[in-house]
Design a protein. Structure first.
Lengths: 291, 410
């Protein structure tokens, strides 16, 4: 097969765009798993809620895309915190499986409720006027909105990494994961910190939802389609590793993009093939620590 | 002890009685009908079929007039999840243990082809409305299957033919990677070539892809005049929306949504969908009868959407089925016999008008070519199409002379 360099660079860029979503979503999952030890299967559902939230803000309250970028993650984050306080809290200390089952059930319920009221085809959400149009890069026509998605997601990912790995707050958080009793003895409210962390993880998913609303239809199942791939990303990157999930997210987006070019039929399985290979060679994931 | 014995006796008697009546039901013509609506209740085709198809089946049962004449009609439904193995399992259970007489709707050609084999094996009926593959009435035709609403051959003739004649003589396909997508691509390729056009390439995208940008870039690079979307439901709406983003239509290439339903256009919104050409066999705003049906339908549906052609096909197909049962003087619970009667009687219903069901199981009625209105032209949320052409039934579907169906004698 002759390789067209122009087409290849275009596919790489498109891969990076999809990678942005993988990175944002897997980052939220990694934060939640790393700090709370919960495998959050409701992540796809809250991603979808973020997109719907943006749709409601626009169509009911007339609030546009830019404010929605902040408001929707905050609202959905609060919803997540309520979920943590009322349900997930009781599972602390139990086997991971309980949290997984609970969040999976919640995801099914949330998706079912949305599908009942809004059907499966989805609702339209337009690209904001400021980001309409595109730039001709020579090798491809890059829609400005897609460029914005890459930049926004990179900034948010790095900021989250910095917050957790490099600040005092992050240090408390990591300490609380290692030994909650000791950290409490220093006068830090560990349960509240855990609730806020869950809210942060959920908020990141909702942000990804708002970012994707103008690209995909706002559909009840938009998260369900994506979440399995994102879980594979987290497993490959190493459960709970912040930087691992960011890098793997972008990298897998690119690999998937290349597969779509060379062998499109395999594009929805390539991520899982990689996951199997990584698990065989390094069961803790690429950057994971041994448990 | 005595009570236990009594219970045992009564139990045995009941079981015995039930077995006898079950056996009797298989043999004797009676006035009981059980309809199984097998559809996608939770996935990407749930709006074009789904709950609406169940409502349409219930409306057909109510409107048939049979209930007043002492018939007992039950409608049950199940979700095939777009998986042929799941759909086949449900079909077998329905026929073997639930005594379902007819399986209706079945969108997704993969599932439909699986059920098609089962109804033949078990002498039941498949009244398909939602699936697209024209193979159901071609190489795969059976004496037990009727394909009512549309098929890939018709879509290719109507939309494909119109676009080639309008100057779109080079094509690139983005195809859903399963039975339906392949059939639609093949049928359209044949029409393009027959009209002197050329196919420059195609790419197969997995069903349920969220991001089509890779495929759209390949289509863009091919420089084909027309990009044929041989997919359906959420796949089509995502491709069209993202094509607008990548400036494909502005760059001079045309999009052909080879299979689009009114639910897709409504979901995309007129800003994105305006100007698209598409083919359907039913549109709610065609005449007084279709408007009256659609109003009643949307009142019964939870989302209050207007019916798609798939919903209309479930309704009209079942109305015809009830007429055949009445003409037979009861339900013989014999699939091939009822289907033969349905083929013998001309169809005539308020939604599709007068037509016939051919020997190969293909229901024949006209196909309409629509153009999606601009936001300025539309007067309401469902005022979406204007009619730009009609293909008569005998030209819209594959002629029997080209058929590879074993039931057709050449």
């Amino acid at each position: 097969m002759s390789i067209n360099l122009q087409a290849l660079s275009a596919q790489l860029l498109v891969g990076l765009i999809n990678g942005s979503f993988y990175a944002l979503l897997s980052l939220g999952l990694a934060v939640i798993f790393g700090m709370l030890n919960i495998i959050n299967f409701a992540h796809g559902a809250v991603y979808m809620m973020g997109a719907f939230c943006a749709y409601f803000l626009l169509n009911i309250f007339g609030i546009g895309y830019w404010p929605a970028l902040i408001i929707a993650p905050v609202l959905v984050g609060i919803f997540g915190m309520v979920m943590e306080r009322t349900m997930l809290k009781w599972l602390a200390g139990l086997d991971n499986l309980y949290g997984l089952l609970l969040t999976f059930g919640l995801a099914l319920i949330i998706q079912g409720v949305f599908q009942n009221y809004f059907g499966s085809s989805g609702l339209p959400y337009a690209i904001p006027d400021e980001l309409q149009g595109g730039i001709n890069l020579g090798f491809m026509f890059l829609p400005i909105y897609r460029g914005w998605v890459i930049v926004c997601s990179l900034v948010v990912c790095l900021a989250t990494w910095y917050l957790i790995e490099r600040t005092r707050l992050g240090a408390y958080l990591r300490a609380a994961t290692e030994n909650p009793t000791l950290v409490r003895a220093f006068g830090i409210n560990v349960p509240r910190m855990i609730t806020l962390t869950y809210g942060l993880g959920v908020g990141l998913a909702a942000l990804a939802g708002v970012l994707s609303a103008p690209i995909n239809q706002v559909r009840p199942l938009m998260g369900a389609d994506l979440i399995i791939v994102v879980f594979a990303v987290v497993v490959i990157g190493g459960m709970g590793s912040i930087m691992g999930s960011i890098v793997t997210g972008f990298a897998l987006g690119v690999i998937e993009g290349l597969t779509k070019y060379f062998y499109p039929e395999a594009s929805n399985t390539v991520v899982f093939v990689l996951m199997v290979l990584v698990l065989l060679v390094k069961p803790t994931g690429l950057t994971g620590r041994a448990v | 002890m005595r009570t236990r014995l009594a219970v045992l006796l009564v139990g045995t008697a009941l079981t015995f009685g039930m077995t006898i009546s079950a056996v009797a039901q298989d043999k004797v013509t009676d006035k009981n009908v059980k309809i199984g609506v097998l559809t996608d209740l939770s996935g990407l085709y749930a709006d074009l079929g789904g709950e609406g198809s169940v409502v349409a089946a219930e409306m057909a049962a109510d409107d048939s007039g049979l209930k007043a004449k002492g018939w007992k009609i039950d409608v049950i439904s199940a979700d095939h999840q777009n998986k042929p193995d799941v759909g086949a399992g449900i079909a077998r259970r329905w026929i073997d243990t639930d005594k379902v007489d007819i399986i209706a709707d079945v969108p997704n050609s993969g599932v439909a082809l699986a059920v098609n084999n089962i109804v033949k094996e078990k002498n039941n009926i498949l009244l398909d409305s939602g699936a697209g593959s024209s193979e159901l009435t071609n190489t795969q035709c059976t004496p037990n299957t009727i394909h009512f609403t549309y098929d890939t051959y018709m879509l290719a003739q109507s939309t494909g033919g119109a676009m080639v004649k309008a100057g779109g003589d080079t094509w690139f396909f983005i195809t859903a990677d399963y039975a339906f997508g392949h059939a639609l691509e093949n049928d359209t390729t044949a029409v393009v070539k027959a009209n002197g056009g050329k196919v420059l390439g195609s790419v197969k995208a997995p069903l349920g892809t969220a991001d089509f940008s890779s495929y759209l870039l390949q289509a863009q690079a091919s420089k084909a005049k027309v990009i044929g979307l041989a997919n359906a439901g959420g796949d089509t709406t995502n491709s069209i929306k993202q094509a607008a983003e990548f400036g494909i239509v502005k760059g001079g290439q045309k999009l052909a949504g080879l299979l689009m339903f009114i639910s897709d256009v409504h979901s995309l919104g007129l800003n994105v969908a305006q100007g698209l050409n598409l083919s359907e066999t039913f549109y709610w705003d065609t005449n007084d009868q279709t408007r009256a049906f659609s109003k009643r339908f949307s009142e019964r549906l939870k989302t209050h959407a207007m019916p798609t052609m798939v919903h209309a096909g479930v309704y009209a197909g079942l109305l015809h089925y009830f007429k055949a049962l009445e003409a037979l003087g009861g339900n013989p619970h014999d699939g091939a016999k009822v289907v033969a009667k349905m083929k013998e009687m001309p169809t005539d219903d308020p939604l599709f008008g007068k037509g016939v069901i051919r020997i190969d199981g293909r229901a024949i009625h006209p196909a309409f070519l629509f153009e999606v209105k601009t936001p300025a032209e539309s007067k309401g949320p469902w005022d979406l199409y204007k009619l730009i052409g009609t293909t008569p039934g005998d030209q819209a579907f594959r002629p029997l002379s080209e058929s590879k169906c074993p039931l057709v004698k050449h």
